[in-house]
Design a protein around this ligand. Structure first.
Ligand SMILES: Nc1ncnc2c1ncn2[C@@H]1O[C@H](COP(=O)(O)OP(=O)(O)OP(=O)(O)O)[C@@H](O)[C@H]1O
Length: 415
């Protein structure tokens, strides 16, 4: 869906201040933030800061303002329609928002509102085909001289008179929205859906165990959307594999960075540790033993970066390491909580989400993952914790995890 590109002004034309349309801006609808009680202001402030940070890539500084229950982003006079749409699409990545409207800010008079609504409708393709329409007004400021239904009738009557479009209040093809605020009125038609959820930074920090696969990027996204700031840890099979899996992890982190900014990726050279596990001779337990060592290493790194939880892309029953017994055996390896946002999702649902957030294509590229080094013919589906602890005693796993955490390398994201 477009962010309102068909709204009146031609593509490429500057949407100048003082036109019938008013001043260009975005009107952002908040998600769950509006359900917060006394903390609401803290959530709103965080959301505004995240929006400002996301918009730093533009060569102007948009004016981000809290209005009653919504956030308005005012754009400089002369902003083109394309730029306004680009800003809208960028803002749509910021968790915490449910709807992004490219709107026009007009003076608080019925005349200015009517003029803007007519200018918005003018030139739209719906006029040619005499599509149905409706006007939906909301008054957040009750001092406006007309009630919502009176404003609907006034503006709707004008559109009907001038363009001859039929009204359909139940299921209109075109809707003109009018929102009366304390200082101004916003008029708009289309919008793009936001990510929903909560502003990143409101739910603490966590460390994602990030493979090059389909699931862990989706798990990361899901937790960012619940307000977590996440860092990424990838285990590579180096020196026994190529660097392909690292490039994939890097590309995935880059793709996910637009939801939070300032993402950090660390890579653990894990090949030698895997060989030690293999040498223990417990073929069927190797995958779970390896997963426990990954978790122990991740816990050590998490302590160092002050992360309060680990995140994995496990989904119950998807592969042998994800049976209930094996998940229990993994939880037992660490004290930090392991968050598994995909635990109840089907693979098709996870893939659909990966496609939507733009990580599926990257995940599907071929690579030589470290896990291929340890692929037993038959993996244990009911790992016993005591057996795993025995392997770990031989490996001196606690010490090994600290050494592995010492060996991590940061891969900085290019601007
Ligand atoms: N090389 C790795 N580096 C970091 N984390 C990993 C790695 N391999 C697995 N994990 C973590 O363990 C979880 C389960 O991995 P597993 O390979 O069993 O399942 P998967 O369904 O293939 O997951 P994914 O699609 O995320 O690779 C992953 O989602 C990820 O969080």
């Amino acid at each position: 869906m477009s962010a309102g590109t068909s709204a009146g002004a031609p593509q490429g034309a500057p949407v100048s201040t003082g036109s019938a349309l008013g001043e260009p801006c975005l009107l952002l609808k908040l998600g769950e933030v509006v359900l917060k009680g006394r903390n609401r202001e803290i959530f709103e402030r965080r959301l505004q800061a995240n929006i400002r940070a996301a918009l730093r890539e533009f060569d102007f500084t948009p004016d981000v303002r809290q209005r009653h229950g919504v956030i308005a982003v005012f754009l400089p006079a002369g902003t083109t329609v394309e730029t306004a749409d680009k800003v809208a699409r960028r803002v749509a990545d910021v968790p915490g928002l449910v709807w992004i409207h490219r709107a026009w800010r007009v003076a608080k008079t019925p005349e200015a509102v009517t003029k803007a609504a007519l200018a918005l409708v003018e030139g739209r393709e719906e006029i040619q085909r005499k599509a149905t329409f409706a006007v939906r007004s909301r008054r957040r400021d009750k001092r406006f001289p007309l009630r919502s239904n009176e404003l609907d009738r006034l503006v709707g009557g004008e559109i009907n008179d001038i363009y001859g479009l039929p009204v359909d209040l139940r299921d209109p093809e075109l809707t003109v929205f009018i929102e009366v605020d304390r200082d101004e009125v916003f008029v708009f038609t289309d919008g793009i859906p936001g990510q929903g959820g909560l502003p990143v930074g409101m739910s603490g920090r966590a460390l994602v165990l990030m493979s090059g696969g389909i699931d862990s990027p989706v798990a990361a996204y899901r937790m960012m959307r619940r307000g977590m700031r996440v860092d990424f840890l990838h285990f590579s099979g180096i020196p026994f594999t190529t660097s392909e899996s690292i490039y994939k992890a890097y590309a995935l982190v880059r793709a996910l960075d637009r939801f939070q900014g300032r993402s950090r990726l660390w890579v653990v050279p894990f090949g030698k540790a895997q060989q030690s596990i293999k040498a223990s001779g417990q073929d069927r337990l190797a995958v779970i033993a390896q997963r426990r060592l990954m978790l122990k290493t991740a816990e050590e790194v998490a302590h160092r970066i002050h992360a309060g939880a680990l995140i994995t892309g496990d989904s119950l029953g998807q592969v042998s390491s994800q049976t209930l017994q094996n998940i229990t055996a993994q939880d037992n390896a660490v004290d930090l909580p392991i968050l598994r946002p995909l635990i109840g999702m089907d693979k098709t649902e996870i893939m659909a989400e990966a496609r939507r957030i733009g990580t599926l294509e990257i995940s599907e590229l071929p690579d030589e993952d470290c896990c291929t080094l340890l692929a037993p013919r038959r993996a244990e589906t009911r790992a016993k914790i005591e057996d795993l602890k025995q392997i770990e005693r031989r490996l001196d796993a606690e010490d090994l995890a600290v050494q592995l955490a010492d060996s991590i390398q940061e891969y900085k994201l290019q601007e």
